[in-house]
Design a binder for this molecule. Structure first.
Ligand SMILES: Nc1ncnc2c1ncn2[C@@H]1O[C@H](COP(=O)(O)OP(=O)(O)OP(=O)(O)O)[C@@H](O)[C@H]1O
Length: 600
């Protein structure tokens, strides 16, 4: 109940914020006119009784009332539908915008590791079309309720016993409530299976997965799993709907019995001469309206509950604990060492930490390579350095400034990165690169410079419309790129910020051919000046790693070795072993000590 009120408050508040005049007209005038509609029945009663008793004054007043109210109600119905639809669209747009801000707004990304947040976000993605339906359902329910109440009040004047009639609607309303609750519970219980089903569908229809699906004969298997996930989610939903429908049918029976009794009492009064023919017409008209309003309400209430539940999910997602701390107001110094002291990090819900007691000094202007086995914690370290997660323990400082005292958004403004799972922004090429620095998005010179610096100018030269090529297969005219070409654009995007404090490159050469990799290293690592940022490269490629000023070896979330390529080879530790294995892939057997000396 409380969540329904919160949802209604959010809806009405949003409506008033996006378009106050329209919202006031729709929310106040509509129910009022629906109430006034009951006067049609009174007008009809006066008209009939006036004509029957030859009282022309009463008949004329009745006719005027009937005609006036009918015209007003119908005119308003046409206007209000248009007003409401425009308002609905604006509300849907505003809630979409706020949903995007809730998900993408906070500086840190810890909420994306919480299964509860992900489940709610998935349900909302499926049901966000209901944002605007919720408003329509709210307004229509208010209209029907106004109709219902006005009819009930006028009926009470016609025959006191008819005042009881609305009470018999309560079991029906309760049954509807119960049905909606059952269905909602079943939907929530099936959210995980639905997510599985959608991801299977996405895989089976995705061009990138098409080859492996055929090679491993997975098409049939995925279709079967998709059907099983559907059965798992829909079985309880169907049972819930059936149970609810039976309860609703019972509610209708009770109301129908009460209505028939009321009509019988009235008919008897007319025959006994204690009620006029006009009153009989009034009662029949209003009872019909009561039934219409009840039918509409019972149908629409289901919609209202469901859509309010969706708005409730939005409220839940917005209130979900997120690390929205703005750290502090400290400024980021221009240049300095990046220092990690006793840094540890554990993902929510995980039993062991991904990083433990990391102590590191990354000197100003240096290039640092991070190496380690899969799962050693390299990408986690990159995320911490980017301020996407706050460390669970320890301190990260830049030029002596503790970054916990800096707003993550401000620090992130000084960082640029090409992540392992970089984004494929399906925009025009100039935008796909330009978004790396929004303030220079429209600056063609800056975009071209970033393309050159990132080694992606060659990609653009091959595209039909150069910088104005629409990228991505989701656009009918879009051009699809190869994995390596997309990666080059991501690397160019990371060069849009011209004076970052920190550059993070997580597996930047994974999709590149050897020539492109060498070019990348030249442009990113070798091409350095006195004001160069600290550049951190995560890589499994020793051709990249060996060029770094400092190499950091991570094992099981701990830093086990640091030094230069030559120094680490000479130490003969894990780095030297990894390098030997790497070299063995190219030569016949691991390198001898002499060879190691030469390659170093
Ligand atoms: N989002 C996450 N939620 C929970 N645990 C995670 C998450 N991301 C990584 N981990 C865990 O943290 C540990 C370190 O992962 P990380 O991705 O940092 O390793 P990595 O060294 O970058 O590996 P790779 O070389 O395979 O990319 C692993 O045990 C991993 O399972």
């Amino acid at each position: 109940m409380r969540s329904s009120f919160a949802a209604i408050r959010l809806l009405v508040g949003t409506a008033l914020r996006v378009d106050r005049p329209r919202a006031l007209l729709v929310l106040i005038l509509s129910p009022l006119l629906n109430m006034v509609a009951a006067a049609q029945a009174i007008g009809l009663q006066w008209l009939i009784d006036g004509a029957a008793g030859r009282s022309w004054g009463l008949a004329v007043w009745g006719g005027v009332l009937l005609a006036g109210v009918t015209v007003a109600v119908h005119q308003w119905a046409a206007i209000s539908t248009d007003l409401r639809q425009t308002l609905q669209q604006r509300i849907g747009l505003e809630l979409d915008r706020r949903l995007m801000t809730v998900c993408a707004g906070p500086g840190r990304i810890g909420h994306f590791q919480d299964p509860d947040f992900l489940d709610t976000a998935e349900l909302l993605r499926q049901r966000r079309g209901e944002f605007s339906i919720a408003f329509a359902a709210l307004v229509e329910n208010a209209n029907l309720l106004a109709r219902f109440l006005a009819a009930a009040v006028v009926l009470t004047f016609a025959h006191p016993l008819l005042a009881l009639l609305p009470l018999f609607v309560l079991p029906l309303a309760q049954a509807n409530r119960w049905q909606a609750k059952l269905v909602n519970e079943a939907e929530q219980a099936g959210a995980a299976a639905d997510r599985r089903r959608l991801s299977l569908f996405a895989l089976a229809t995705d061009a990138a997965a098409a080859r492996e699906l055929r090679l491993y004969r997975l098409g049939g298997e995925f279709a079967a799993r998709h059907a099983a996930a559907f059965a798992e989610a829909s079985g309880p939903r169907e049972t819930a709907r059936l149970k609810g429908a039976l309860a609703v049918a019972g509610g209708w029976l009770i109301f129908a019995g009460a209505l028939l009794t009321g009509l019988y009492l009235l008919a008897r009064s007319v025959f006994e001469g204690t009620a006029s023919a006009g009153a009989a017409v009034l009662v029949v008209l209003l009872a019909t309206r009561l039934v219409g309003a009840t039918t509409g309400l019972s149908w629409l209430l289901g919609w209202l509950r469901r859509s309010l539940h969706t708005i409730g999910l939005f409220v839940k997602l917005a209130d979900h604990p997120k690390d929205t701390s703005t750290g502090g107001a400290a400024a980021v110094p221009e240049r300095g060492d990046l220092v990690l002291s006793g840094v540890g990090f554990q993902y929510p819900g995980q039993s062991s930490p991904a990083l433990t007691s990391v102590d590191l000094r990354l000197p100003a202007g240096s290039t640092v390579a991070v190496v380690g086995d899969n799962g050693a914690g390299k990408s986690t370290l990159v995320a911490l350095l980017a301020g996407l997660h706050a460390p669970s323990h320890g301190v990260i400082s830049f030029a002596g400034q503790d970054l916990a005292e800096v707003d993550p958004a401000v620090w992130q403004g000084r960082v640029t990165a090409c992540f392992q799972d970089f984004c494929r922004f399906e925009l025009f090429v100039r935008q796909s690169v330009g978004v790396g620095e929004l303030t220079s998005l429209d600056d063609e010179t800056a975009v071209r410079a970033a393309l050159v610096a990132g080694g992606a100018d060659g990609v653009v030269a091959t595209l039909p419309a150069g910088l104005d090529t629409q990228l991505g297969k989701t656009h009918p005219e879009g051009t699809e790129l190869s994995g390596g070409q997309w990666q080059k654009l991501a690397l160019a995007r990371a060069r849009m910020r011209t004076a970052p404090a920190l550059v993070l490159l997580d597996e930047p050469a994974a999709g590149l051919d050897p020539d492109s990799e060498a070019e990348l290293l030249r442009r990113y690592l070798a091409d350095r000046g006195p004001d160069s940022p600290i550049t951190v490269v995560v890589s499994h490629r020793f051709s990249t790693v060996r060029q770094a000023d400092l190499i950091v070896v991570l094992r099981d979330g701990r830093v086990t070795e640091t030094g230069t390529h030559a120094g680490l080879l000479a130490e003969g530790g894990h780095y030297a072993d990894m390098y030997a294995l790497h070299a063995a892939a190219y030569v016949d057997g691991p390198p001898s000590a002499a060879e190691r000396q030469v390659t170093a």
